[in-house]
Design a protein around this ligand. Structure first.
Ligand code: NIG
Ligand code: FE
Length: 396
């Protein structure tokens, strides 16, 4: 049992703020938090535990990146150049670049290569206090490569002190060798079934977009997920309004992600079904989008908002959850408290996790300790890493 004293604790137990406790103390026992509160209120039974003096530092829940694509081969710096020379993301994708160019590189890469590179990316996130990371497949688009990616996702969690949620994103793009409907029915759904059978899938995602799949195609994948009892989520309304958000709410999805083109009607649907709006400012920034997600509507409707890196080689080569938080504030108008809620409790909700994202009794002892005096500094600073240390599952 450990007793952390002399800290400023952002418990996140406050619907609109940080749930701050000044002169805070936290007791952890083995893997879990057993008590948090003001030092003067500490129960006698805990007062004699081994003490760790945090010297006034800020403590938050370990951060959660609930949307990433960190397993991939190659890179797309050339497409970055092309966009700056005037081409757009959709045109590059239609010409066989975009996601498909990463598919080619990922098919060619060995499992060892993919793992080694994914670990470098996971380490960058861990170094910023991340304790839980979602990772998607979707750069394989054939059974072997999708299974290879999902095997790598599981291996990340074995090799690092990190909780990894693996999401099957077979419906990410249409591979060159076939058409969308044939792909969904003959490759994507059977691959999902095989990956589930192998115990490699925690959730199912899709990309509902003109350059990817329509609602009917995504619905077939979601029906297959439902049969397997797997939760779903969706890349929705990123580049155009396709109706993906409503489809996601219809299937009781955990989250709808991106949402730049979501409407007030979509927001109402989200509010009534309790799914999380995952905002991905790295993609908005990289693609120099101008249409912003409807943040004030989401806020007014009390839709929980999460923030993630969307780390991928194309639309969001963003390897920093702290920078994603800064961008969510500066580009989308979130408050720093909303940004932190978006990478803690609401990111946990977006992953269907009930034991992380808060500092509260019974929650996993996943903590981030920061050389900061004010939690707003997490979002305010740009390109600095104030992490002092991270505790994962009670281990320092
Ligand atoms: O979340 N939108 C679809 N998937 C990724 C993009 C992946 C890529 O460009 O490689 C995203 O932005
Ligand atoms: Fe994505």
């Amino acid at each position: 049992m450990y007793l952390f004293i002399n800290s400023l604790v952002a418990t996140m137990q406050d619907p609109t703020g940080y749930g701050l406790v000044h002169d805070g103390a936290i007791v952890i026992d083995d893997k879990n938090i057993v008590w948090v509160g003001h030092i003067d209120d500490i129960p006698q039974t805990y007062a004699k535990s081994e003490q760790i003096n945090l010297e006034g530092r800020l403590v938050t829940p370990a951060l959660i990146d609930c949307h990433s694509h960190i397993i991939f081969g190659g890179n797309r710096a050339h497409e970055f150049e092309m966009r700056l020379e005037g081409q757009n993301y959709e045109a590059i994708a239609k010409a066989g670049g975009g996601i498909i160019s990463t598919v080619t590189a990922t098919r060619e890469a060995t499992e060892d290569f993919l793992l080694a590179n994914a670990l470098i990316r996971a380490d960058a996130l861990i170094a910023e206090g991340v304790g839980t990371l979602e990772v998607k497949s979707g750069y394989g688009l054939d059974q072997n490569t999708e299974l290879k990616m999902l095997t790598v996702a599981r291996a990340i969690a074995q090799q690092r002190p990190l909780r990894v949620k693996a999401t099957f994103l077979g419906a990410h793009a249409v591979p060159k060798e076939t058409d969308a409907d044939t792909y969904i029915d003959e490759v994507c759904i059977p691959t999902l079934q095989a990956a589930h059978e192998a115990g490699l899938v925690d959730a199912v995602d899709g990309f509902c977009e003109t350059i990817a799949f329509d609602k009917a195609q995504i619905a077939r994948v979601f029906d297959a997920a439902r049969v397997l009892n797997l939760p779903v989520k969706l890349h929705a309304e990123q580049l155009s309004h396709m109706g993906g958000t409503k489809l996601a709410t219809h299937y009781g999805a955990l989250s709808a992600d991106h949402l730049e083109f979501a409407t007030q009607e979509d927001v109402v649907a989200m509010a009534s079904t309790g799914l999380v709006a995952v905002l991905l400012p790295g993609a908005f920034y990289t693609l120099q989008e101008t249409q912003k997600p409807p943040v004030s509507e989401l806020r007014a409707a009390r839709v929980p908002i999460a923030i993630a890196t969307d780390w991928n080689p194309g639309s969001s080569p963003l390897g920093s959850i702290l920078l994603a938080m800064n961008m969510a504030c500066t580009l989308f108008g979130l408050t720093p408290a909303e940004a932190l809620a978006g990478t803690t409790k609401y990111a946990a909700q977006a992953l269907g996790l009930k034991d992380c994202g808060y500092i509260a009794p019974g929650f996993s002892a996943d903590l981030a300790i920061w050389d900061l005096e004010n939690p707003a500094e997490l979002s305010y600073r740009i390109g600095q890493n104030p992490l002092h240390s991270r505790i994962y599952g009670g281990v320092m």
